[in-house]
Design a binder for this molecule. Structure first.
Ligand SMILES: Cc1ncc(COP(=O)(O)O)c(C=O)c1O
Length: 387
């Protein structure tokens, strides 16, 4: 079906002009596998996110896998440790927990913030890591969550794939976690076609993330780290480029992804402001509809929407609304993937846990796309649907 308002309206912001630049770049470049452009994109992205270091990956899923493998390699966690995670999340946030032999502990969300809140963490027993997902531009009370994690010596990881640019008390989401991941897949705030990033302020994590990304070897490491490894393992010069020090993968991006990322980064502030403006134009009408659940923007000082979430007070109304959206040519989808513990890969293995709010969102929620280049006619159609 051809939608009037599809979930993905374009591959990336300002698509035609960037594609023209991209074709020139491909023709004139000697190297298209990971190189200087990837490094430049990492440097500029870390500046944007006010983090010391950034490591570019071939997807958001790879970024999440790499964060956990990094913690394992550095012996911050070990096989069998409990990893708590937000139950409204993406499958490949939970899958690596299972694949790496860790124990998943799903936590319920707050239906007004789509996230875990600090008050839900009081009974977090024996968990070594808390992996939060900042869903659809929203986030929980991250400053308080961080305080609790620090006190309980829990490592906080953030998946900020859907909240790039959101600020809580003027601090960017994705800068609270010891490591935070991003996705640049098509239809995210900014796209590199496929791509992801991990940011951190911790140099040891930074060096290990680069090894995890590339076969466990030391090629992208600082000279100091390379020398330390050589000394520790008595690596000879002939073998040094082919020494695999740590468990790893090949999760490398390409210069093509980095080139698109650099172009997108130049336009990111404009892109985020446009998304925000469009969101509030629609939310103005949404919040007056008594059949819908309003959102809690609490201390969010800049809201950076990824899409427009809709939560109905009951499933009858959701079904009615969904059919109205469908008839008007608006493509809709479940809220991320709904309650992730209800997905076959999870429920076939683990005992069912009652996650009241996440189940509510699963049954009564959906979302549609928000694009920075949406026309006034499209915005009008969307506003009318909530009347
Ligand atoms: C919250 C979240 N995390 C991770 C991912 C995975 O990112 P990718 O598709 O780049 O692997 C997604 C995908 O949309 C997501 O929504």
């Amino acid at each position: 079906m051809n939608f009037k308002i599809p979930l993905m309206q374009s591959t990336f912001f300002d698509e035609i002009s960037i594609k023209q630049k991209l074709s020139k770049f491909i023709i004139s470049s000697k190297k298209l596998s990971m190189g200087n452009y990837c490094e430049k994109f990492e440097n500029l992205f870390s500046k944007f996110n006010k983090s010391k270091y950034a490591v570019f990956f071939n997807s958001g899923s790879s970024s999440n896998l790499a964060m956990l493998q990094t913690l394992l390699n550095l012996r911050k966690i070990k096989t069998g440790d409990k990893i708590a995670f937000s139950s409204l999340t993406w499958a490949t946030n939970v899958m690596p927990i299972i694949q790496l032999g860790l124990k998943p502990v799903p936590l319920d969300i707050n239906k007004n913030t789509l996230n875990i809140q600090s008050k839900d963490l009081r009974n977090l027993k024996e968990c070594k890591v808390l992996f939060v997902t900042n869903a659809l531009g929203f986030c929980g009370d991250l400053p308080d969550i961080k305080k609790i994690c620090n006190k309980k010596k829990i490592i906080l990881l953030e998946d900020n794939a859907e909240a790039l640019g959101t600020k809580i008390n003027k601090k960017l989401t994705g800068s609270f976690g010891e490591m935070s991941s991003f996705s640049f897949f098509v239809a995210h705030h900014m796209s590199t076609l496929e791509g992801g990033m991990v940011v951190t302020n911790n140099f040891k994590y930074y060096e290990m993330l680069k090894m995890v990304r590339s076969n466990g070897w030391d090629r992208q490491l600082s000279l100091k780290s390379k020398n330390e490894l050589k000394k520790k393992y008595k690596t000879d010069n002939f073998y040094s480029k082919y020494t695999f020090y740590n468990l790893a993968y090949n999760l490398r991006p390409t210069e093509i992804n980095a080139f698109i990322g650099l172009q997108q980064l130049k336009k990111l502030n404009k892109n985020l402001k446009l998304r925000k403006k469009i969101f509030y134009k629609i939310y103005e009408i949404y919040k007056k509809n008594n059949n819908l659940v309003n959102f809690d923007f609490h201390d969010i000082s800049f809201f950076s929407p990824f899409a427009f979430p809709v939560i109905c007070k009951n499933s009858n109304y959701r079904n009615k609304l969904l059919s109205k959206f469908h008839k008007s040519g608006v493509e809709c989808r479940p809220m991320i993937a709904g309650n992730i513990t209800l997905q076959p890969f999870y429920k076939n293995v683990y005992k069912k846990i009652i996650l009241k709010n996440c189940e509510f969102v699963h049954k009564n929620g959906f979302y549609f796309g928000i694009h920075p280049e949406m026309t006034n006619t499209q915005i009008k159609i969307l506003r009318k649907l909530f009347l």
